[in-house]
Structure formats: C-alpha cells, structure tokens
Ligand binder design. Structure first.
Ligand code: ATP
Length: 622
C-alpha cells in the first residue's frame, strides 16, 4: 500500500486530470443508476394508471439521464488517458533519472535487461491498469454502493438475498487474487530473462555469427520464450477463474430473486415494476462486482510492477557528493593510504588488500599485473567509480569523498577497458570531452591521439557518422577516439585502462610521446605490454590485489621476480626467473639495458624490428 501511494504521488500535474476523471465517473454512474427507478415508476404508475403524459415525462427523464451518462463517460475517457499516460511518462523519467545517479555498485545490483523491463514493460502495465482500470475502479464501488442502497430502498427483504451470497463471492475472489498475485511477480521476472537473452544476442550479434552460434542462441531464445508462454498461461488460467465464479453467483442471485419476488407478487407484497427495477439493480450490482474483481486482478499485476519500479527508485545511491563539497582539484597527485576493497559487502575476500601508493602530480605511473590482479579495480577508485572499503584514496591532497563527484570526474579522465562510443558523428562523440571545444581543439586532440591518421579517410572527417556504438570504425580506431575524447577534458589525472591494446605499437609509441608532452597531467597507464609502461616514472606491479613491487623499469627488472617473468615472457626470454634465478636475471637485466637505451626514442623503439616481437599476440590494430 505504501508503494501504491508512492506511485500515485508521481501523477504530479496530472493529479487534476485524475480527480476530474473520478468525478466524471461518479456522475456517469449516478445518472445510470437513476434509470431503473424511473423505469419502475413507468411500469407501476404510468402503465398501471394508463397515464401517457406520465410515461412520456418519465421516459424523457430517462433519455436525459442516458445522454448525460454518455457525455460524462466520453469526457472521462479523455481525462483518464491524460492521467495514465502522464503517470507513465513521469515514472519512466523518475527511473531514468535515478539510474543516471547510480554508482557502479548500484549498477552491479541490476541486470541491464531488468532495468530496461522496469522502465518499459512494468511502466506500461501500470499505465494500462490505470487507463483501463480507472473507470471500473471508481464505477465499480460507486455502482455497488448506490445499487445496494436503491435495492434496499425498493425492497429490503429481496435485498437480503445479496447479503447471503456476497460472502461466498468475496471468499472466492480473495482466494484467486492471493494465488495469482505472486504469479505476476514470476511473470515479470521471466520477461526480464527474455529481454536478457534478446539484448545479449543483439549486442553480440557479430560474435554470434563469427562463432556460428546462431542455433545455440535460437535454442536459448526458444527456451526462455516457451518459459514465458508457459508462465503467462499458468498465471492467466487462474486469473480468469474469477469470471465463472462471478457469473455462477450472478445467476444464482437472479434465480433466487425471481423465485422470492414471484412469491411476493403472488402474495401482493410486491409490484411487477418493482421486481423489474430490482432485477436491473441486481444486474448492476453484479456488473459492479465483476468490475471490482477485474480491478483487483489488474491491481495485483500492477502491484508486482510497482514493487519492481520502487526497487529501482529506492536503491540507495551509495556514492553522492557530500555537503559543502570541494569543487576544485588542486593538482593531480594521487595517494592510496592502506586501501582495501571488495565489490560486495558480503564477499569473503578483498579484491584489493592494503594498497599504499604515492603518485606525485604530473608523473607517469604504469600498472602491470596478471589477469584479475586488481588493476582496473585500483584505478576505478580514483574517480570514485567505487568507494574504497577501507583506507583512503586522496587526490590533490584531499580524500576523494570530499569532492563534488562531478568536479572530481571532470578532473580525472578515464579511458575504460571497454571503449564506448555513442551513435552520432566523430565530432559529437569528441564533444563529450568538452562540449565547447572548437574545431581546432578537436583536431589537436585527434592529432595527440593519432586519430588524424585515419580521420581524413573517413568520409566527412569529423562529421563522419560512427553508427550505433561506433560500429563503423575498427577496435584500434575506437580506442584512439576514446583517448582523444579523454584528452579534450584537459584533466589533471589521465587514466588509461589497457586503452591502447588494439593499437599497433608504432601508433602507441606516437600516442605515448604526445602524452609525455602533457605537462602537469598525472598519467596512470594500465598495460599488458611492458613496452607500454617502461618509460614511466614508476611502475606498480600488482599481484592478487596487493602491491607486489614499485619501481622504475630498470629497478624492477633487477629485483622483482614477477616483473622479470612478465618481461621475459614478452621478449621470449623464458627461463627460471624465480627467486634465485641469477643467470636468467642477468639475461633479463641485459635485455632491459637494451630496452632502456632505446626507450629514449619511443618511436624508434616501437618501430625497430626487435621490439615488434615484444608482444606478438597484441601487436596489430584489430
Ligand atoms: N563488478 C564486479 N563485481 C564483482 N567482482 C568483480 C567486479 N569487477 C571485477 N571483479 C573481480 O575483481 C577481481 C579484479 O578484477 P580487475 O578487473 O580489477 O582485474 P584486472 O587486473 O584489471 O584484470 P584484467 O587484466 O583481466 O583486466 C577479479 O577477480 C574480478 O573477478
């Protein structure tokens, strides 16, 4: 009930339409309910006394009531539509806005497809329930109350028949609603799963085709589609049971009233017109009960959807700007003070364990480590995509929690591992970095990110349409566009999460040298290739969520076994580089010297044939 009230609160300016709609239905029902009284009068007075004038006059009143009932009914439809579709629009907007404010942790709680269903199908269920159910929702109770009152007014004894049958109907209805209610929740969750399969197939349609997995995907879809059909059938099979129950009750009541009424007419205790009028009320009361039971079922389904929408709206956003937040990030210095992190409070182990790091403003830091060692997690704490579970992350000498979130993220540009471009032109995508950037500034960022290499070949250049999600450019080109977009933010901290993995080594070297010229910007570079970070001021080696070592390329090559292993594997210098592998270590140091020497000229380094074999698996633009 609390959730229902909450949703009604979203009517906003459409509350007026809803109130007018309710009033119109009340008026419509009242006019309609007067008709049987006039009819009884015509039979018992007009026909009995053969008073034609009386019959015509009462007939005209009946006509006026019917017309007024029709007009108010038509007017009602307009207001009800406005209120229900207005409510739908408000609910969708509220959910959308709420999701915009979600942190990454919040987003981890919901499947994307489930959020889509909650913003579309669930809202539509509520919207339709209001539009279709508005009239019976008001009309049902109004007609029931007026019908009962007038039936008692016409004949109290006959009206008692209702009192006897009503509890049977009420119990049957409650049983049906109680059984069907939870089934609607199951139904919506099955819709979630169907959307999930469809969404996954559509977003990964190229992979599906490449792996010839069409049949498998069809089978997946068939399974969930049949599940949805089965759940719907099961749910609605019970939902429609209310109709036979109500019709059986209705005919039982009618038969009983005809029986008792007939007896009363024979005993001169009731007039024929009274019985006719009474039977009209019986029909109206029964119709109103059918309406109410349908409303109950609609409401039961809506309650399941309302609950799902409230879950989205009530998801506590765990990451917000504090009061009196700092809006200026002093400089790009970064510090991790004994930081531990886990994605879920109930997770057993931390993903990051007691990380302590100090990164001076304007320096370049490389982050290396095996798959799943926590590299991405570490950098996501800097722009507060997640909050540290323990310890403090500092930027510009302040805890990141003290900043206004938008100001912090403006100062920290992150090029995520999964590069995302949006539908639109190259220019529109780049303007995400700086909405006011001039064409000159856009072209300069393109030059730094080496987008200029292929921009001229794109028809229309900056105005080339990238297609949905940037389908019209290659993986490496996409990465470069994302880098250009990040550079346009002119950030104090620039984070690359494996952002040049699909770029060829020569281009990557060009990008690195362009980045080197960005003075005052702290650069944090996660990379798979040692060559991507070997010129960094310091390199952090992560192992299983812990800082295993920190140092320059030469220092680590001389002293850190993991770094030596990574390095050796990428230069094909395999050997026992473990803890005491002195010979291998010496070999590695020799190789390091060669690399450090060539690192003075990154372009040369990257284009020389010896370095082309650094990482054969990742050397080409994909
Ligand atoms: N959103 C998430 N929810 C729960 N666990 C996660 C989430 N993201 C990552 N993890 C887990 O955290 C650990 C560290 O992941 P992370 O992505 O930081 O590693 P990584 O070093 O960047 O790996 P890679 O080099 O493969 O990108 C992994 O065990 C991963 O399964």
């Amino acid at each position: 009930m609390h959730e229902l009230r909450r949703i009604v609160g979203f009517l906003g300016q459409y509350r007026r339409d809803a109130v007018i709609g309710i009033l119109l239905v009340v008026i419509e029902s009242a006019f309609e309910m007067v008709i049987p009284i006039l009819m009884a009068d015509i039979i018992d007075v007009g026909v009995a006394t053969r008073d034609v004038d009386y019959i015509v006059r009462q007939g005209m009143y009946m006509g006026v009531c019917a017309v007024l009932s029709l007009v108010t009914g038509l007017m009602y439809a307009r207001f009800a539509a406005r209120a229900s579709y207005g409510l739908g629009a408000h609910l969708r907007a509220a959910e959308y806005e709420r999701v915009q404010g979600y942190s990454f942790t919040n987003l981890d709680h919901f499947e994307t497809s489930s959020l889509v269903t909650r913003m579309t199908t669930d809202v539509t269920v509520i919207q339709n329930a209001l539009n279709a159910g508005f009239r019976p929702m008001v009309r049902g109770p109004v007609m029931l109350v007026i019908g009962f009152a007038l039936a008692f007014y016409l004949n109290t004894e006959l009206a008692l028949v209702f009192v006897a049958v009503a509890p049977v109907m009420a119990v049957a209805l409650v049983l049906i609603v109680r059984h069907v209610g939870p089934l609607y929740g199951v139904l919506q969750r099955t819709v979630d799963r169907l959307n999930d399969v469809v969404q996954e197939m559509l977003t990964a349609v190229r992979a599906v085709k490449a792996y010839v997995r069409g049949d498998y995907e069809c089978e997946q879809f068939r399974r969930v589609n049949e599940e949805l059909a089965g759940t719907s059938e099961h749910t609605f099979r019970f939902a429609v049971l209310n109709m036979p129950v109500l019709y059986v009750s209705m005919y039982t009541v009618t038969t009983l009233i005809m029986w008792f009424g007939g007896q009363m007419i024979l005993g001169d205790a009731l007039a024929v017109g009274e019985l006719t009028g009474f039977l009209s009320y019986v029909m109206q009361i029964m119709n109103s009960l059918i309406m109410i039971s349908n409303v109950f079922l609609l409401l039961t389904r809506s309650l399941a959807s309302i609950h799902r929408i409230c879950e989205v709206l009530d998801e506590p956003v765990d990451l917000a700007s504090p009061e009196h937040a700092a809006t200026e990030v002093e400089d790009g210095s970064i510090e991790f003070r004994d930081v531990s992190f886990k994605y879920r409070a109930d997770a057993q182990a931390n993903v990051l364990e007691h990380v302590t790091l100090s990164i001076p403003a304007g320096s370049t830091v490389g982050v290396l480590g095996g798959t799943g060692s926590g590299k991405t997690t570490l950098v996501q704490l800097i722009p507060r995509l997640y909050d540290a579970t323990e310890g403090e992350v500092m930027i510009g000498g302040r805890n990141v929690r003290e900043y206004d979130v938008a100001a912090l993220r403006d100062a920290v540009a992150i090029v995520l591992q999964k590069n995302v471009l949006f539908s639109g032109t190259v220019r529109e995508n780049l303007l995400w970095g700086d909405a006011h950037a001039t064409t000159g500034e856009l072209l300069e960022a393109c030059r730094q990110a080496r987008v200029d290499e292929f921009l001229d070949r794109l028809p229309g250049g900056l105005d080339y349409d990238l297609g949905q999600g940037g389908v019209n450019v290659s993986g490496g080109q996409k990465q470069r566009l994302c880098i250009a977009r990040a550079l346009l933010k002119r950030p104090k901290v620039l984070i690359f999460d494996d952002s040049t993995s699909a770029v060829d080594m020569a281009t990557e070297a060009d990008i690195r040298s362009a980045l080197a010229s960005l003075t005052g910007v702290t650069k944090v570079i996660i990379a798979q290739r040692v060559s991507s970070v070997m010129e960094a001021d310091q390199i952090v080696v992560l192992d299983d969520g812990r800082v295993h070592a920190v140092g320059t390329h030469a220092e680590l090559l001389a002293s850190d076994n993991i770094y030596q292993e990574i390095y050796a594997s990428q230069t094909k210098q395999h050997g026992p580089c473990g803890d005491g592998g002195a010979a291998a270590q010496a070999g590695a140091v020799q190789a390091a010297d060669a690399l450090v020497g060539s690192a003075a000229s990154p372009h040369e380094e990257a284009t020389s044939s010896s370095h082309d074999q650094l990482d054969p698996s990742k050397g080409g633009e994909r």
